[in-house]
Design a protein around this ligand. Structure first.
Ligand SMILES: [Zn+2]
Length: 434
């Protein structure tokens, strides 16, 4: 049983943060052979039971749960930082052009490897990603993820209309491909499949209905899509579905709101929509760097808390501007300050961190599996160096409580802080060894 002695950060089931300045983390394989947390707590309380183990003493380091990214697009690695007036021209001028290249399996595999390197470098151990509309793009990502032991949930993008040649698919074939991909990949090792209608404007009614039927037949498969990101997009949905009460209600009509369904953005919702998320168990993937970059608007944290639906943080690469969970948490803090129905809401550093770990895992239906270091959770954890840069060293040395320490990391941190990314007990390939 490996044991690690260092400062520890994890979360109670109510998402309250726990900090142990001198903690011990012990891992062991579970009955399926996956390395999980056996014990976590202060060194003083655990040394009698586990002190005889060979303990790795990681002096000056902070052990924290691997980050969970609720929404991003691996085929958009090369789209990051592309200038556009807003969502729809950005899709047409950059995104669809790049995604069309994923019909080539060699290109898909090369980008998948680069993408997964970035996730690991930035400390992301679980991610829900779009692929392109080509099944080969899904195979490439899952094959690469399986070799590394990352927990990746992904799916072939469904888009049978209002999209150019090269990325548009065919209704019947797209649904057959989706089912074949579910059967091949879902539940294999740590991999999961997500039924992936791109968004309402690019999916015919028949395609949405077929996706909903698959979601009903495979209840433990995930669903991922986009909703209420941009006002032009919402007007387009209104024109296509004039009878629908709202954009979100279109997904409901087709059976696509249920537990394990994750909707990116959820900016321009009303409380009836929010109650629909809450009552169906669907979750919002809050994507603040993307929303600020594309000028889409501000996720309403105060309203989400008031109504009480699930949500968590996402990078939304390549609309998002960074793979770094630190940058995403920083942007979420700005969003929490602006554009709220209750002005001046201030998210605490521990709340921001929970939204990218244990809270995001709960949104995925993976509470107690990932995103935390409570006993039984898979041993996905990070070795963080709070003194990774001169300014961080200066700031974190002066921190007098957990909020000050975490906020220094959120504001000043990036991939330099992530010294090691451990996946189910195994240090990830290509990353620094102890
Ligand atoms: Zn997206």
């Amino acid at each position: 049983m490996p044991a690690f002695r260092a400062a520890l950060l994890y979360f109670q089931p109510d998402l309250q943060a726990v900090y142990e300045p001198d903690g011990l983390l012990v891992t062991a394989p579970n009955e399926h052979g996956i390395e999980v947390v056996q014990a976590v707590g202060s060194w003083a309380s655990l040394k009698a039971s586990f002190g005889h183990l060979p303990v790795q003493h990681l002096s000056g380091r902070l052990l924290a749960p691997g980050f969970v990214d609720l929404h991003l697009h691996y085929p958009q690695v090369d789209v990051i930082g592309s200038p556009a007036e807003g969502l729809l021209p950005w899709l047409e001028n950059y995104t669809f052009v790049q995604e069309a290249r994923f019909t080539d399996p060699l290109h898909a595999r090369a980008v998948a490897e680069f993408f997964l390197d970035e996730l690991q470098r930035h400390g992301v151990t679980t991610a829900l990603s779009f692929c392109s509309s080509h099944p080969s793009s899904v195979h490439a990502l899952f094959e690469a993820s399986e070799q590394r032991g990352l927990r990746i949930i992904a799916g072939k993008c469904l888009m049978d209309r209002h999209a150019p040649d090269g990325v548009r698919d065919h209704t019947e074939q797209s649904l057959e491909d989706t089912e074949a991909l579910i059967q091949r990949w879902h539940g294999r090792g740590r991999l999961g499949y997500a039924i992936t209608p791109r968004f309402v404007p690019t999916c015919s009614d028949a395609q949405l209905a077929g996706a909903g039927e698959l979601a009903r037949r495979y209840p433990d498969v995930w669903v991922q899509s986009h909703v209420a990101e941009n006002k032009d997009e919402i007007a387009w949905v209104k024109a296509l579905h004039p009878q629908a009460r709202s954009y979100l209600a279109v997904y409901e009509r087709f059976g696509l709101l249920r537990p394990r369904s994750i909707y990116a953005h959820c900016i321009h919702l009303d409380d009836t929509d929010r109650a629909l998320l809450r009552d169906t168990g669907a979750a919002a993937a809050v994507s603040p760097t993307s929303n600020l970059f594309l000028g889409s608007g501000f996720f309403d944290y105060a309203a989400a808390e008031r109504v009480g639906h699930l949500y968590g943080l996402a990078s939304d690469v390549g609309g998002g501007t960074s793979f770094s969970p630190f940058h995403t948490m920083m942007a979420a803090y700005y969003v929490g300050r602006e554009g709220q129905t209750k002005p001046g809401l201030s998210l605490t550093p521990a709340q921001l961190w929970a939204q990218h770990t244990a809270g995001a895992a709960r949104a995925l239906g993976l509470e107690g599996v990932v995103g935390n270091l409570l006993p039984g959770c898979e041993a996905d954890f990070l070795v963080l160096n709070p003194a990774a840069t001169p300014l961080l060293a200066r700031k974190t040395a002066a921190a007098s409580n957990l909020d000050e320490l975490l906020f220094s990391l959120i504001v000043l941190g990036d991939d330099r802080v992530v010294e090691r990314t451990v996946l189910a007990g195994q240090p990830g390939r290509g990353l620094a060894q102890p």
